[in-house]
Design a protein around this ligand. Structure first.
Ligand code: SAH
Length: 486
């Protein structure tokens, strides 16, 4: 009897052990499944972000994407980065089919492998330019010869916009940096060869202040914590600095003292804005803003004009090369003072306002309402009266103009990385401007759109590259198209 009971107990124990074993296996499998699902989801999200989002900057800092459609992003602790198996695809991912450049282990940038933003970080600058010219020329070979890629004299620390995502390590110490390429893991970054040095210092100072002000960084897993991102924008000519603290809630403890301490460490800061982003979203900036110091915007100068830049407005990230780019675009447009000009995807109105002196009338169209407000004020600021700005989808605006049978001589178009759309391009064809000046930050979508215009009565006259993004694989191209003789 006892023996039987013992055996039963033994059998029971065995069964429990077996069940535990099975559960363990199932758990591991499930965890693996969830991990794989998460990975696929992340990859899909990243792909979607690239499709949906305008990458503001081509920065190695992944969080500088500005996404039209919000997607949840997970911020993981840095330690996890070590454990993560990286796929080859993660390691070597190229945009615009640019030639493959292996990132070195002993790179001049300690985080270049993980960040992945600077494909050319260890390539001599002259070679970078040659490579960009070769690769872009290949993409444009069916349309025209790419004359040149204009490079920089001093190609470092050109970025006027720096954005850092905040998280913490296992011990709760705050960290700030960039998302590891293709993931939502945060790689700590102290300084970056591309970014404005002072902007990096400001981000470091803020990180250092968090503990004493008892400000918790945001944890996307738990939704707990306040500080999500810090964005610093610099007017390289004006010397003005804007700090945007992106927080999960509008209640910022000891706000005034925080501002005081930050200004004491960095008197160069001219404005500080709280941006509330309480959504699970891939967008860095939320809708609500509260100016907590200064005017809430900065100013900068380009091609002899002054521009107001709000936290959410697009502004080219390399002002030195932007002058080269805009100079070329305006030269290509061949303005004589008699033309009606469209500045499509106009941002804060820069191209149109610079062209306005040489045109009869300029119409700027832009989707982002803050940018349009800036554009209207920029016209006033520079006493330019022959410009109107419209807040609208550029395609819809052009369709409307075409339906009204408007007369247009020159179209500047500077769309986001995704390029333009058929509504826009077909309306250009309907409007029949003499010249189209296409400014593009993505030669692949440029080639696609040139093909459409080429089939519909336009010829590419010339194209030049401007290296707006040294050390990265990105390049800006400006193209002149003219109406073929009928
Ligand atoms: N020409 C400007 C901005 C170029 S960036 C400059 O040089 O600064 C592209 C701009 O297109 C961004 O400001 C973005 O907000 C805007 N944009 C994106 N999609 C748009 C659309 N469908 N219609 C109008 N503007 C759009």
């Amino acid at each position: 009897m006892i023996k039987m009971e013992n055996r039963k107990k033994k059998d029971d124990r065995k069964e429990i052990e077996n069940t535990k074993k099975t559960e363990k296996i199932l758990n591991i499998k499930n965890r693996q499944k969830t991990k794989n699902q998460q990975k696929t989801k992340n990859q899909q999200n990243t792909k979607k972000m690239q499709e949906n989002g305008k990458r503001i900057s081509n920065s190695p800092r992944k969080n500088s994407f500005e996404f039209e459609k919000g997607k949840k992003e997970k911020v993981k602790k840095y330690e996890n980065v070590q454990k993560k198996q990286r796929t080859d695809e993660n390691k070597i991912k190229y945009e615009h089919n640019l030639s493959k450049v292996e990132l070195k282990k002993n790179s001049r940038c300690p985080v270049s492998e993980k960040c992945g933003g600077c494909r050319f970080i260890d390539v001599p600058y002259k070679k970078q330019l040659e490579q960009k010219k070769k690769d872009t020329a290949k993409l444009l070979q069916n349309f025209c010869k790419l004359e040149v890629v204009h490079g920089m004299e001093h190609p470092e620390h050109y970025r006027n916009k720096v954005s850092a995502v905040f998280t913490h390590d296992r011990k709760g110490n705050p960290l700030s940096g960039v998302y590891e390429e293709g993931t939502h893991y945060v790689v700590p970054v102290e300084e970056c060869l591309l970014e404005d040095k002072k902007a990096d210092e400001i981000i470091g100072t803020i990180r250092g202040m968090l503990k004493s002000f008892k400000i918790k960084v945001f944890d996307e897993d738990t939704g707990y914590g306040l500080l999500r991102h810090v964005l610093v924008r610099v007017g390289k000519t004006s010397g003005q600095f804007m700090v945007v603290l992106v927080v999960s809630s509008p209640v910022f403890p000891s706000k005034n003292n925080f501002v005081k301490a930050l200004l004491k460490a960095h008197p160069e800061i001219t404005t500080i804005v709280l941006n509330v982003n309480d959504r699970r979203t891939s967008m860095v900036l939320g809708e609500r803003e509260q100016v907590i110091y200064g005017k809430g915007f900065i100013e900068d100068e380009l091609c002899g004009k002054t521009f107001k830049i709000s936290p959410k407005s697009f502004y080219q990230i390399n002002p030195v090369q932007t002058e080269v780019l805009y100079g070329k675009a305006i030269e290509f447009a061949g303005l004589t003072g008699k033309e009606t000009v469209i500045d499509a995807y106009c941002g804060i109105g820069t191209i149109g306002l610079i062209a306005a002196d040489k045109a009869k009338k300029v119409m700027g169209v832009e989707l982002n309402k803050d940018a349009v407000k800036d554009a209207v004020q920029n016209a006033k600021r520079n006493q330019i009266k022959n410009v109107d700005f419209y807040q609208k989808d550029a395609g819809a605006f052009m369709v409307q103009l075409a339906e009204q049978g408007a007369h247009v001589d020159v179209v500047f178009m500077d769309p986001p990385r995704a390029g333009s759309d058929e509504a826009f391009l077909s309306s250009v064809v309907k409007l029949q401007p003499d010249r189209v000046v296409y400014v593009s930050c993505n030669p692949e979508t440029l080639a696609r759109d040139l093909k459409y215009l080429g089939k519909n009565g336009y010829r590419v006259e010339k194209a030049e590259g401007v290296d707006m993004f040294p050390f990265t694989s990105h390049v800006e191209t400006v193209c002149l198209l003219s109406k073929k003789a009928q």
